[in-house]
Design a protein around this ligand. Structure first.
Ligand SMILES: NC(=O)c1ccc[n+]([C@@H]2O[C@H](COP(=O)([O-])OP(=O)(O)OC[C@H]3O[C@@H](n4cnc5c(N)ncnc54)[C@H](OP(=O)(O)O)[C@@H]3O)[C@@H](O)[C@H]2O)c1
Length: 331
């Protein structure tokens, strides 16, 4: 191939613009492994990067797309060879490295995961950063003693990618799951993924005391802000709260009382900077005991690379449910 198509994000006079370009392999950020991209996906972070609604890229220009799955085209590192099926999620794609919304990507070896047995390339992008992050949260909560008998786990931002996959994984692990959503029309969807109870954000009574009645075994939070503060006040003694997202706010206004009187743990989840052994372990679990059970319900749309710019706005305005697959080339 001489040139290939990429969706590249520019910052020109502080105006963020994503546009399709033709580029050559040697223009890509450096790495040992060249991947022919087959599938990607769309995460909230991708929408922020392409629309400029949030600052994701730390250098410009870069190809967008934080996730990619495909086949090794060539590798200067003997650990991979042409034809290997591989996955890269997060790890700095579309932040400091050229990302997966392109026909080819070139990445450092230590970021590349061999496609785990039991997952197809499609499955791996149905999971993507959203599923990897949900699984990392479950892993960290379990490492810190979260068991089903502690009580129901609240999942916020429930209809999103992380939320949908977290509900699926937790319920399959035997936890009771309470989904918190802003979307009244999606109650049945959330129950079909395994939620035993659905709370509507508009009806939530959060109170203001440093400690409210302890109700929840733990939580996976995608929102931040008032909802995360409410979770700290209402999780039972020894429960864990995994803080993943900021879809509502980056603020957290709470007190130390939940931590020192209830031994509640607030676990920070960063899917980008994960020690390689833990990243491998989480992927192995995603192909086995944490494998999502409801891809058919969670993957609500498949789009082409060309269609990506026209669909990302809906993520920023909270109009989506579930996840999208981006099909880049023939598997
Ligand atoms: N820490 C990490 O490494 C990491 C990794 C992946 C994602 N994230 C973050 O996790 C969050 C979820 O990511 P995602 O890919 O699942 O996003 P997504 O698919 O766009 O879903 C986000 C969900 O949050 C809720 N929401 C969206 N905008 C909101 C708003 N303005 N106010 C209140 N709720 C809103 C909606 O759920 P309901 O309508 O059901 O309430 C929406 O479905 C994002 O903040 C993302 O940046 C962090």
């Amino acid at each position: 191939m001489s040139t290939f198509k990429a969706l590249r994000v520019y910052n020109e006079d502080r105006r963020i613009e994503a546009r399709f370009v033709q580029m050559s392999l040697d223009e890509l950020t450096a790495g040992e492994v060249v991947i022919r991209c087959v599938y990607s996906t769309i995460n909230y972070k991708d929408a922020l990067a392409i629309t400029g609604a949030g600052k994701i890229l730390r250098q410009y220009p870069l190809n967008a797309g934080i996730d990619v799955a495909g086949y090794v085209e060539s590798s200067s590192d003997a650990r991979f060879k042409a034809g290997d099926a591989v996955v890269v999620t997060g790890c700095g794609l579309s932040e400091t490295l050229d990302g997966g919304y392109a026909e080819f990507a070139r990445v450092p070896t230590n970021l590349v995961i061999p496609l785990p047995n039991g997952l197809s390339l499609y499955d791996s992008m149905a999971i993507g950063t959203a599923g990897f992050t949900a699984a990392l949260a479950v892993q960290r909560m379990q490492d810190n003693g979260q068991s089903p008998d502690l009580g129901s786990i609240v999942v916020t931002g429930a209809t999103g990618g992380v939320g949908s996959l977290a509900i699926d994984m937790l319920s399959h692990q035997g936890y009771s799951v309470t989904a918190l959503t802003s979307k009244v029309a999606q109650i049945e969807y959330l129950k079909s993924l395994g939620a035993t109870q659905v709370l509507l954000a508009s009806e939530l009574e959060m109170g203001t005391r440093p400690l409210e009645a302890a109700q929840w075994g733990g939580a996976i939070d995608n929102l931040g802000g008032d909802v995360l503060a409410w979770l700290t006040r209402t999780v039972k003694p020894w429960g864990n709260i995994a803080s993943i997202g900021l879809a509502s706010s980056i603020q957290l206004n709470t007190t130390v009382m939940p931590f020192i009187l209830r031994a509640v743990s607030l676990l920070g989840i960063n899917s980008t900077d994960v020690p390689p052994a833990l990243r491998q372990k989480v992927w192995q679990r995603l192909a086995s005991d944490l494998r999502p059970q409801h891809f058919d319900k969670i993957i609500t749309r498949e789009v082409s690379l060309d269609e990506v710019p026209s669909v990302v706005g809906a993520y920023v305005s909270n109009q989506i449910t579930g996840r999208a697959i981006v099909k880049i080339s023939q598997p």
